[in-house]
Design a protein around this ligand. Structure first.
Ligand SMILES: [Zn+2]
Length: 112
């Protein structure tokens, strides 16, 4: 899964500290954040739009908002482009260039 999904724009990411029990649905508490897959071996990262990932989980009937970030990372079947190994970590992070206004606008949208 995930291979045919359009990634979010590239740029430095600021990780959001979360514990292992965090689920992808938690993204709504951090408006504008991205789901980030990080290679545990070399640190290569790829951001995704969490709403699209949740939609994909629903499509595959394999999860949804309650799916843990760690479970999502374990399901990734493609090796890291940086080191060609297969050991991903899942997390949430702020994308580069996200402004306070963007975050506020998105927060309003999630409430509706
Ligand atoms: Zn790697």
């Amino acid at each position: 899964m995930f291979t045919n999904m359009r990634p979010a724009p590239p740029g430095p990411l600021r990780p959001i500290p979360l514990d292992d029990a965090a689920s992808i649905g938690d993204f709504r508490r951090y408006p504008g954040c991205r789901l980030v897959l990080t290679c545990a071996m070399c640190g290569w990262q790829k951001p995704y739009d969490p709403e699209r990932v949740i939609a994909r989980l629903h499509e595959l009937k394999s999860g949804g908002h309650a799916t843990r970030l760690g479970d999502i990372a374990r399901r990734v079947a493609w090796p890291c482009p940086g080191c060609h190994r297969l050991k991903w970590r899942g997390g949430l992070a702020w994308p580069a260039g996200l402004t306070a206004a963007d975050s506020k606008r998105l927060a309003a949208r999630y409430r509706n």
